[in-house]
Design a protein around this ligand. Structure first.
Ligand SMILES: Nc1ncnc2c1ncn2[C@@H]1O[C@H](COP(=O)(O)OP(=O)(O)OP(=O)(O)O)[C@@H](O)[C@H]1O
Ligand SMILES: [Mg+2]
Length: 394
């Protein structure tokens, strides 16, 4: 992103890149005869983090989010943006500085993609050439070909493309805070996953503070730096990073909400490189077999790995294969290769699918790192569980 795209016409100090957001006993009562929609919600979102609001239908997620940009007015309590109450800001002015993306997306149907993206920069009075440059930059960021897409109307886009344009429009004026209400809700699972990944990649670059509403716990775990679980009546049940939520649900409601498979869900947050792997003797064809036999005696794995000159695994050798003077040239039994960067969950499902006891973990260059087994994954989960039990509940 260029410096000119991030500077604001009001002056660079008026609005930072990302704002800290603070709910202080924020409460919304629509109907005094009924329970509140949001009940004394208090939570802090550090600048640059994604806070996901998750909970069953009617738990006040959308209401809580709309209190932030004053589309809905607080009944009591307060919400602070970088320490300043939203009550002290003009609603219209506030909204120009808060990006907003929703599921039904609300692109203007009679405006082109470029005009849609340019909406807020135009309201802010950016010069035309700067707006044009920003639109081009955003089309590239969301991976839409500017030549082809710039002049299209929303009806001429797929659902996923419309969603991307919605995100581009929300971040166009580089707001310090983004509100996203089920932004990927109405999209097929494959496109949805792509949009999620795209957004996470984008977020690593733009580092906005984001409030993201979903009722899908898997999406919450994937997208959130912190997750706020709301229950009926707009009561905060737990606010914690995803790992913590899965390891130590605050109560039965949260445990039910995250699901019986929360152990598996946790594995989706861990990488194979974080697991302590077993060591298997690596042997090269033609090397003395006696040394390999010795090493095998002391190894954690009952087989040796035949590796090539670069150290890349080629096949498993059983003790019987090492009976001669020299290590044979192979081929050995096939190895299941697992990337260090894979999630433990993906690695586990491959072990189960291929019905093998061991996966061979390799680095980016395909060089042997260690051996992964289902037993190691079980140990890993147990150790994590113990750490969680010792950690303070948040
Ligand atoms: N304008 C309104 N007037 C009166 N009650 C409302 C209004 N908007 C929402 N509510 C009520 O407030 C509660 C919270 O609604 P909200 O839309 O915030 O829930 P939500 O968690 O976003 O639900 P969903 O997952 O279905 O989108 C619900 O009981 C809802 O009926
Ligand atoms: Mg809602």
């Amino acid at each position: 992103m260029t410096a000119s795209a991030t500077a604001h016409p009001e002056g660079p100090s008026a609005f930072p890149q990302a704002a800290a957001l603070s709910f202080r006993e924020a409460t919304k009562v629509y109907d005094p005869a009924a329970e509140p929609a949001v009940d004394r919600l208090s939570l802090e979102v550090p600048a640059g983090e994604i806070c996901v609001l998750v909970g069953p239908s009617g738990s006040g997620k959308t209401t809580a989010m709309r209190l932030v940009n004053r589309m809905i007015e607080l009944t009591s309590g307060d919400i602070l943006l970088d320490g300043v109450s939203v009550r002290e800001r003009e609603p219209a002015e506030l909204r120009r500085h808060i990006g907003y993306a929703i599921q039904q997306i609300g692109l203007f149907p009679h405006r082109t993609v470029a005009e849609n993206i340019a909406t807020v920069p135009r309201l802010l009075g950016w010069p035309e050439d700067r707006i044009r440059a920003r639109v081009e930059e955003l089309l590239a960021i969301i991976d839409l070909d500017p030549e082809e897409m710039r002049h299209r109307y929303p009806a001429q886009l797929s659902g996923g493309q419309r969603q991307r344009v919605g995100v581009a429009r929300a971040i166009a004026a580089d707001p310090p805070l983004l509100l996203m209400d089920e932004p990927f809700g109405a999209i097929d699972p494959i496109t949805r996953e792509r949009l999620q990944n795209e957004f996470l990649r984008l977020q690593r670059e733009i580092r906005k503070t984001v409030v993201f509403v979903t009722h899908d716990i898997d999406e919450a775990i994937k997208m959130g730096d912190r997750i706020a679980v709301l229950r009926a009546g707009g009561v905060l049940a737990q606010y914690a990073p995803p790992e913590q939520l899965l390891l130590a649900p605050a109560d039965d409601f949260v445990a039910d909400f995250v699901g019986a498979d929360r152990g598996l869900k946790r594995l989706a947050l861990e990488r194979v490189r974080d697991v302590r792997l077993w060591h298997a003797p690596a042997v090269r064809a033609g090397a003395p077999a006696a040394a390999a036999r010795d090493e095998l005696e002391r190894a954690e794995v009952g087989y040796a790995l035949l590796v090539d000159d670069a150290g890349r695994p080629r096949g498993w050798l059983a003790p019987a294969d090492l009976g001669g003077d020299a290590v044979p040239a192979g081929p050995g039994s096939p190895v299941l290769l697992i990337d260090r960067a894979d999630t433990v969950r993906d690695a586990l499902s491959r072990l189960l699918q291929e019905e093998v006891a061991y996966g061979v973990v390799v680095d980016d260059d395909g060089v042997l790192d260690g051996v992964l087994s289902i037993e190691l994954i079980e140990d890993f989960l147990r150790a994590e569980g113990r750490r969680a039990a010792e950690a303070p509940v948040r």
